[in-house]
Design a binder for this molecule. Structure first.
Ligand code: UD1
Length: 704
C-alpha cells in the first residue's frame, strides 16, 4: 500500500452499488482499507470485486462451512467384485484389451487430460510440478516423461494397425493449469519444443480460483486491494472444461474417452491402451486405476462405497477417520479400505458433459485449513476445493482397475529429505522398473539397481546410471505387459526373487539390514546370486507368517510407516505360490534354464526358503541332487580385511577400488573401519588372488 496522497485523504466513497452487494453477502470488510488506498489501488480493488461471481461464491462458502464436520453417510469397503484385480486377468483378456485400446487410440477416440494446476508447495518448488527433474540419469522432467509416453503410444497404435510408416495419429493432450502455473508451464513446453509432440496437439487451459476465507466465511485479503485466492481444486477441471468450451472441442475432434491424471506420478502410464480397452470392454462411464494401500497412514485417497449399496467414491486421506484408515479386515488381515486412488481416471465424454453441469450445482466444496498470506501476516483460513473424484457418485457405472504399485505409482509429493514420496524415492522406483524390464528382455545391467528397498535407504548412491544392453523388441512388449513375452516376464520375476530371498523369506524386517548399509555397501545389498545366506538367517527359527498382514506390533496410535517396509506386492506372492507349487523336476528345469540364461557354470547357493518352496540352489543340480538334499560345497566367500599397515593405506584403498564399484571416499571409509568385509560373493580362485595382492600391500586379510 502506498502512502496516502492528498487525493487519498479526500477519497471518494467506494462505489455504492458494489458495497451494497458486498454487504448482502457479509463481505463488506473487503473495502475496510478503502480510504487508505491510492486511486490506482482503489481501481484494482473495484476490478477485483467486480470479477467475482459473488452469489456463486457465497453459496459455495455457506454450504461448505455449514456441512463442515457434519456426519456423512457411513462408508463401506468396495466389494472385491468391483475391482479387476491383476491376478484375475488372463493373458487373453490382457491381449484383447490391449488391442481394443490401440484401435480406439488409432481411431482418435482418446484424449489425455493432465491436471497441472496444483502448486508444488510440499515439494518446495515454485515452478509447476511438471517441470521438476527427479534426478534420473536422463535429467528428464515429469512433463517430458509424460510427453514421451504419449509419443510412444502413438507409435504403438500406428504399428498395431500396420501403418507403422504413416505419420502416427496424434493423441490430443489437454493440460489444465492455474493462474499460478499457466505462464511458466506454457513457457517450459515452448522452450523444450513440446518434447517432440506437435504444438497443435496440445491445448492449455486454466482452472478457476476461489477466495480463501476465514473460519467465519469472510474473504481473507492478501493485500488491501486484493482478495487471497487459491485454485478451486483439481475438480475445478469440470467447470473449466465447460467454460473454456473444451467439451465441444473434444466432440469436434471425435474424442469419446478422456484419460485424466495427476502430474506428480513419475511412473504414470499415460494413455494406457490396456486400461482404455478394459474401460471400453466394461462399457462403464467412469473408471480409475487403483493400487493396494501400502500402510494405514499412506497419504492416498481410498475408494469406498458411500452407504449400503451406494455409489463408489473416494474418501481423501485428509478426510478419512484414522480408526477407519487403520481398520483391518479380520479375514484377510489386510486393511479394510485398501484400494488407493492413484489419480488416474478414465471418463466417457458423455459423462464429462453430464458432470460439468451437475457438479456446478454441487456447492459443497472440501475445506482445507491452511496458512494463508494476508495483510495480517500468515492467517489460518480455508481454501475451498472440489476434487476430481467428486464426480464418481454421479457415474451410472464405475469400474476399478488394479495396477501394480511398482509398475505404475511413483508419487513425487515431498521434497527430498522427507521420509516418503520424494523425487529420490520416485527416481528409484523408475530405475528399478526399468532395470527389471531390461533383465526380462534378456539384457543385463552393468550397475546394480536395488530391486527391493524401502524409502529409508534412498540416497544418491542408489541411483547410479544403468548402462544397459537389451533385446529391443522384447523390451517393448514387456514394458507394456502385452503378455507376448509372458515367459520372459516370468523369468525376470524369478531373477527378481533372488533379491528377495534373504529378507523376503525371513522374519527380520529388511530395514534392519538396510540400517547397516552405508554408501559403500551397495554391493552387499544387491547380493550376488552365489552368495550364501548369512549364518543368522540360516539359524532363524522358521515361523509361518503372512507378510501381507500388518506388522505384529501394529498399533494405529504409534505406527510409523517409515519403520516398516510395506508388504511385498501381490505379484511377488503370486510368484512365490507358483514356484512353491512346482514339482521337483520342474524346479530342476527352471534352475537349469536360469543357469543357462545367466551363463553360470556353478549352481548358486541360496538362502532360507519356506517349507514347500524347494531350494532353488539345490534343485539347480538336477532332480537327484534335490532329492538327496546334500549340503552344497561352499563356492563363494567373503573377503575380509582384518588390519593393515598405516603406511600402505593409500595403496590399499586404490587396490580395493580396483575390484569394487566403490568411490574414493567409500573405499577409504571401508578400509579405515577394518575389520570390514571388502567384497562378498568372491569365488575361491579370485579370492585367493586378491588375498595375495592385498597381503603384498601389508594388509592382513582372510577369505571366509
Ligand atoms: C491426490 C489425490 C489422492 C490420491 C493421490 C495419489 C485428489 C484430490 N487427491 O492427492 O486421492 O491418492 O493424489 O498420489 O485428487 N491439482 C490441480 N489443481 C488444483 C489442485 C491439484 O490441477 O487445484 C492437480 C495437481 O497438480 C496434481 C493433482 O491434481 O497433478 C493431485 O493434486 P495434489 O494436491 O497433489 O493431490 P494429493 O494430495 O497428492
Amino acid at each position: 500500500m502506498s502512502e496516502p496522497s492528498n487525493d487519498a485523504l479526500l477519497a471518494p466513497p467506494p462505489p455504492q452499488a458494489l458495497l451494497e452487494r458486498l454487504k448482502d453477502y457479509g463481505q463488506e470488510d473487503a473495502f475496510a482499507l478503502w480510504d487508505e488506498l491510492s486511486p490506482d489501488e482503489r481501481q484494482l480493488l473495484v476490478n477485483e470485486i467486480e470479477s467475482l461471481d459473488l452469489s456463486r461464491i457465497d453459496r459455495i462458502i455457506r454450504c461448505s462451512l455449514r456441512s463442515h464436520g457434519l456426519p456423512t453417510a457411513a462408508i463401506e469397503p468396495v466389494p472385491e467384485s468391483s475391482v479387476s484385480a491383476v491376478e484375475e486377468r488372463t493373458l487373453e483378456d490382457r491381449e484383447r484389451w490391449w488391442k481394443m485400446g490401440l484401435k480406439a487410440i488409432h481411431e482418435g477416440k482418446l484424449a489425455v487430460l493432465l491436471l497441472s494446476g496444483g502448486q508444488g508447495t510440499r515439494l518446495g518448488s515454485s515452478d509447476p510440478k511438471g517441470c521438476f527433474n527427479i534426478g534420473l540419469p536422463s535429467g528428464k522432467s515429469l512433463f517430458q516423461l509424460q510427453a514421451e509416453r504419449i509419443l510412444c503410444v502413438q507409435r504403438l497404435a500406428a504399428q498395431a494397425t500396420n501403418e507403422g510408416n504413416a505419420a502416427p495419429l496424434q493423441i490430443h493432450w489437454y493440460i489444465m493449469t492455474s493462474p499460478f502455473t499457466d505462464e511458466s508451464t506454457r513457457k517450459f513446453f515452448e522452450t523444450h519444443k513440446y518434447f517432440g509432440l506437435d504444438a497443435d496437439q496440445i491445448t492449455f487451459f486454466q482452472q478457476g480460483t476461489i477466495p480463501c476465507v476465514s473460519k467465519d466465511g469472510r474473504f481473507i485479503m492478501e493485500t488491501p486491494y486484493r482478495v487471497a485466492k487459491a485454485p478451486d481444486g483439481n475438480g475445478g477441471v469440470y467447470s473449466a472444461l465447460k467454460s473454456s468450451r473444451l467439451l465441444e472441442d473434444m466432440a469436434t475432434r471425435g474424442i469419446k474417452y478422456v484419460d485424466c491424471y495427476g502430474v506428480d506420478n513419475a511412473l504414470v502410464r499415460v494413455a494406457d491402451p490396456m486400461f482404455l480397452g478394459y474401460f471400453i470392454d466394461k462399457g462403464v462411464s467412469a473408471a480409475a486405476k487403483v493400487v493396494r494401500k501400502a500402510y494405514p497412514q499412506e497419504k492416498v485417497g481410498v475408494f469406498v462405497r458411500r452407504g449400503k449399496g451406494g455409489p463408489l467414491t473416494v474418501v481423501e486421506y485428509s478426510e478419512m477417520d484414522s480408526s477407519l484408515a487403520s481398520a483391518i479386515n479380520q479375514e484377510t488381515g489386510r486393511l479394510r479400505f485398501c484400494w488407493s486412488n492413484v489419480c488416474l481416471h478414465m471418463f466417457t465424454l458423455d459423462f464429462l458433459n453430464q458432470v460439468a453441469n451437475g457438479l456446478e450445482k454441487d456447492s459443497i466444496y472440501h475445506l482445507a485449513e491452511k496458512k494463508i498470506p494476508s495483510i495480517h501476516g500468515q492467517s489460518m483460513g480455508f481454501k475451498l476445493e472440489q476434487f476430481i473424484f467428486d464426480a464418481f457418485p454421479y457415474a451410472p457405472s464405475t469400474a476399478l482397475f488394479e495396477v501394480l504399485r511398482e509398475e505404475e505409482f511413483a508419487p513425487v509429493k515431498n521434497a527430498n529429505g522427507s521420509n516418503y514420496d520424494t523425487p529420490d524415492s520416485a527416481r528409484l522406483l523408475v530405475l528399478r522398473l526399468h532395470a527389471r524390464w531390461v533383465v526380462a528382455a534378456g539384457g543385463f545391467l552393468t550397475h546394480s539397481v536395488p530391486l527391493y528397498a524401502t524409502v529409508l535407504c534412498l540416497g544418491g548412491h542408489l541411483c547410479l546410471p544403468c548402462q544397459v544392453k537389451w533385446v529391443r523388441h522384447r523390451l517393448i512388449s514387456i514394458c507394456w505387459g502385452t503378455g507376448s513375452c509372458a515367459n520372459l516376464e516370468k523369468m525376470s520375476l524369478i531373477l527378481r526373487l533372488r533379491n528377495h530371498l534373504p529378507n523376503g523369506f525371513c522374519r527380520r524386517p529388511l530395514i534392519s539390514s538396510l540400517g547397516a548399509l552405508n554408501s559403500g555397501r551397495l554391493n552387499g545389498f544387491c547380493r550376488n546370486f552365489g552368495q550364501p545366506a548369512r549364518q543368522e538367517e540360516e539359524e532363524e527359527e522358521e515361523v509361518e507368517i503372512d507378510q501381507r498382514r500388518l506388522p505384529a506390533d501394529y498399533d494405529p496410535a504409534t505406527f510409523d510407516p517409515t519403520e516398516h517396509r510395506s508388504p511385498p506386492t501381490d505379484r511377488v506372492f503370486r510368484l512365490v505360490d507358483e514356484i512353491s507349487s512346482l514339482t521337483l523336476v520342474e524346479v530342476a528345469e527352471l534352475g537349469s534354464i536360469l543357469m543357462r540364461k545367466k551363463g553360470m557354470t556353478e549352481p548358486p547357493v541360496v538362502g532360507v526358503m519356506k517349507p514347500g518352496a524347494a531350494g532353488l540352489g539345490l534343485a539347480m543340480k538336477g532332480p537327484s541332487a534335490a532329492k538327496e538334499e546334500k549340503k552344497p560345497e561352499k563356492t563363494v566367500f567373503e573377503l575380509k580385511l582384518e588390519s593393515f599397515e598405516a603406511a600402505s593405506k593409500i595403496k590399499l584403498i586404490k587396490e580395493v577400488r580396483s575390484f569394487t564399484d566403490l568411490g574414493l571416499k567409500e573405499a577409504k571409509d571401508l578400509v579405515e573401519k577394518a575389520p570390514s568385509v571388502l567384497k562378498t560373493g568372491v569365488s575361491k580362485e579370485d579370492g585367493e588372488q586378491l588375498v595375495e595382492k592385498l597381503k603384498a600391500l601389508g594388509a592382513k586379510v582372510s577369505l571366509e
